[in-house]
Design a protein around this ligand. Sequence first.
Ligand SMILES: [Zn+2]
Length: 305
Amino acid sequence: MKRSLVWPALLWATTLVASPAQALQVVATLPSLAALAREVAGSYAAVECLLSPRQDPHYADARPNLILSLHRADLLVVNGLELEVGWLPGLARQARNPKIQTGAAGYFDASMAVLRLQVPGQVDRAMGDIHPGGNPHFHLDPRAAAHIAVALGKSLSTLDPAHAAEYAKNASVLSARLRALAAEIAQRFAALPEAERRLAVYHDSLVYLVDWLHLKQVIAVEPRPGIPPDPGHLAKVVATVRTTGARALVQEEYYPRAASDQVAKLTGMRVAVVAGGPQFSANQRYEDYVRGVAKTLYEALHGGP
Ligand SMILES: [Zn+2]
């Protein structure tokens, strides 16, 4: 009884703040994807993001307002490779929107556009990745983002053919900038001596960045993705860091700090905490986010600017 009253009221309230009726409604799961979609869509779509950069994308809270966003979306942009499998499918079902169901024209899986790493059976399984299609954490690699931008341009053009030329132009300009950014940052890291290229991570979420910048990941604080470290594994992390001389331990801001701080204290390595994505709600661009992460990482590895 209560529900039937609440729903129309919520729908009515959101129509008031929505953009012009003709604009496409795009909903992305991660801030990085939302920021890319906003640049490719330009003024022809309203882009919303389901998660904040402070939320771990593996285990997001299923808040009811997310269902409403999904209910009125024309395009849903997901990371894919099961990153959102713990929370998104249930929300998408409850949203009752056929346009954005898996396989529909309004369902965009970013992982389909990127060159995947750590695909089980194909690449190194030593890290025990839980995602059978490959490691899903490609959002920090601007080379992957360049591919995603182009694919987003095609999806938006299919949904809104009247503005296909603009989407294609935006996508091509953005992907060129992202490739240039990737080259510029890689060049900076190329100057680092071998001894300053080794890092540890909290979660196994930097493999694409490590590949892009020719770094070396020596170990993860989590013994397996999503599993907190026990004392035995922490001792192994400390030993590995000492043997390899890894300089930095990198983790997203939503992971607990205690284990990393303990390792840092015992080894003298630096903990580099990075944001989980651009501040989408404050209009931060993807490129500025990546620059910020690269700067934090470089300084942690090198011991200064
Ligand atoms: Zn993960």
